[in-house]
Write a protein that binds this ligand. Structure first.
Ligand code: SAH
Length: 349
């Protein structure tokens, strides 16, 4: 039985599941007409749950010190040209204060895997943030840690954790990471986080070196089965000072199409239109929302460190990427019919 690709979109809308080879057919069979068909259905599915609301998160990049050496990432430990910084607890609390005033009700603390941010430091920080802003959610995105560590951070108040799986194919994972990193360990972290009661986000880069449609089909199947609360996807963008500095970037079109498919797999997914998408196209953020995303994460880091968190070339950090320009972001979203809301933005049922 050979369904055409439009029929596959229809069955995804009703079944919320396809086989690996059907996912791959959808990816290989992408045309502008098919992408439009998927986006239209994705927007409809999202509207039923989230209306025209867009959730915002204040992203605080707490450190660009990292013990890992991921081949794609600009803050990898062997990048000597990365100008390292680390925020203090006071800096971070200052960002939260400003974010709260601007209307953010979720703070995302992201950083490299920096041993300085041990459990004691983070637990005290979490208690301080949750003490001052009990109506806010705190999301951590600090990489792989032990189960015990995740457990302590959860007890100290962390609500959510973002850890992209990067690719659901083990061999491809090994092509993107140094040998001391392991796919199984990354999966262990994600399952532990879920088990500990976090709202969990996974995700992957689109168009990373050596990625095939078979890999992407596995990513979609993994997300269907793992059923995360959040999923962060964005185009891979080369960073000149990394081993992948001369590789091609992922495309806007494929990223938007995958956003639509993810929305159809899990209609209530919290799905950001990422900074990377905004970086490869001036209206990338808007196009991500129009493909089915419902979250944006403007930068709330102190101005003097923003350029230093250089995961990839030309990463946006000002204009409507900046939390201080929330009005600009709100008007850009309004121009396409969406409303930026002051809300924790939890996943709806
Ligand atoms: N240390 C944290 C944060 C990593 S940076 C963690 O492990 O979760 C956040 C995300 O940026 C990564 O998960 C990766 O998917 C993305 N990223 C890194 N380098 C990138 C690049 N060159 N292009 C696009 N995205 C990149």
């Amino acid at each position: 039985m050979n369904k055409n690709v439009f029929d596959l979109i229809d069955s995804l809308c009703t079944e919320r599941s396809l086989t690996l080879s059907e996912y791959q057919s959808l990816i290989d069979g992408r045309t502008p007409a098919l992408a439009e068909y998927a986006a239209e259905r994705a927007v409809r599915a999202r509207k039923e749950i989230y209306g025209n609301q867009v959730f915002i998160r204040g992203l605080i990049e707490i450190s660009n010190v990292c013990k890992n050496d991921c081949l794609y990432c600009g803050i990898r430990r062997s990048n000597r040209r990365c100008d390292r910084y680390r925020l203090t607890a006071e800096d971070i609390l200052g960002c939260c204060a400003e974010g709260y005033r601007l209307g953010f009700r979720t703070f995302v603390l992201q950083g490299g895997e920096d041993g300085y941010f041990n459990d004691d430091f983070l637990c005290e920080l979490l208690r301080a943030i949750k003490g001052s802003y009990p109506d806010c959610a705190v999301t951590l995105s600090l990489g792989e840690r032990t189960r015990e560590s995740y457990e302590k951070l959860r007890a100290a108040g962390a609500d959510r954790y973002l850890l992209r799986h990067e690719t659901a194919d083990k061999a491809h994972y090994e092509a993107l990471h140094p040998s001391e990193m392991s796919f199984d360990e990354r999966m262990r972290c994600l399952y532990d986080l879920k088990d500990l009661g976090y709202q969990v986000g996974c995700g992957f880069m689109v168009g990373s070196p050596r990625q095939t449609s078979a890999h992407l089909a596995k990513d979609l199947k993994f997300i269907e089965q793992f059923s995360p609360h959040m999923c962060g996807i964005g185009p891979f963008i080369p960073q000149s000072d990394t081993p992948f500095g001369k590789e091609n970037a992922g495309t806007l079109e494929l990223t938007c199409y995958l956003l639509s498919l993810l929305r159809l797999i899990k209609p209530n997914l919290l799905l950001p239109s990422t900074t990377a998408l905004g970086t490869i196209h001036p209206f990338g953020r808007e196009m991500g929302i129009q493909a089915g995303a419902n979250v944006v994460m403007p930068n709330l880091s102190p101005g003097n460190v923003r350029k230093k968190y250089a995961l990839y070339n030309n990463k946006l950090s000002d204009g409507s990427e900046s939390a201080q320009c929330k009005a600009e972001l709100a008007s850009r979203m309004a121009s396409i019919g969406y409303e930026v809301v002051t809300d924790r933005g939890d996943m709806k049922r």
